[in-house]
Write a protein that binds this ligand. Structure first.
Ligand code: MN
Length: 210
């Protein structure tokens, strides 16, 4: 499959807008996907419009070469390219059936690297709740399969050469404020029931692939 390049397009949600109820309601998802995420796509395309040499690069290539991009477009790609990448993985990393837990190789790795699912969940929740201001908490794997929890600020991404992201949780206020107001911890607790562990396991299997 050819990697997607400019102009980037808004990817539809892989589920219905009411499918993540009651954790995320339709209004929250419409604003988040149709407005916030779309704005990142539009602004990324606008930023790349005057740079034909960058229009051949995939989103991943852009994000792993931030430091070498022309200075006039670097910050716009970091913020809006990151915004596109992060939101696509966030929306794709959720699903509508609650109560699933990891299984197979990924479940074993969670036990090995965090002690247990319960201990992993505590650490992941802590990373999401303690992220000061806007940003994300991620579960990532290195090429050897070692798992880590990482936080990023704003729309920054982890080092994508070193880590394969398995999933992430958006802790910008726009992700939850309509429903949860200032109760970020309640939103994060609900989000655990939305994790698409099947897709996470697939990403784990493919770790290190470009
Ligand atoms: Mn968001």
């Amino acid at each position: 499959m050819q990697a997607e390049t400019y102009p980037f397009v808004v990817k539809p949600l892989p589920y219905e807008y009411d499918e993540l109820m009651p954790v995320l309601d339709e209004e929250t998802l419409h604003y988040h996907h149709d407005k916030h995420y779309k704005t990142y796509v539009d602004n990324l395309n606008r930023a790349l419009a005057d740079y034909p040499e960058l229009q051949k690069m995939s989103l991943r290539e852009l994000l792993t070469h931030i430091e070498t991009l022309p200075s006039g477009v670097r910050t716009a790609v970091q913020n809006n390219g990151g915004g596109v990448y992060n939101h696509e993985l966030y929306f794709d990393g959720m699903k509508g059936v609650a109560g699933q837990e990891p299984s197979g190789e990924l479940a074993d790795a969670i036990d090995r690297d965090f002690g247990s699912y319960k201990q992993w969940k505590e650490q992941m929740k802590q990373a999401a709740v303690s992220r000061f201001g806007s940003g994300w908490a991620w579960l990532v794997s290195d090429a050897a399969g070692q798992l880590s929890i990482v936080q990023t600020a704003n729309q920054d991404v982890p080092d994508l050469e070193e880590y394969t992201p398995l999933f992430l949780v958006d802790v910008w206020e726009h992700a939850y404020y309509l429903q949860y107001q200032n109760r970020r911890a309640d939103y994060v607790e609900g989000w655990f029931d939305l994790i698409n562990w099947r897709k996470a396991a697939r990403r784990y299997e493919l770790r290190g692939a470009k």
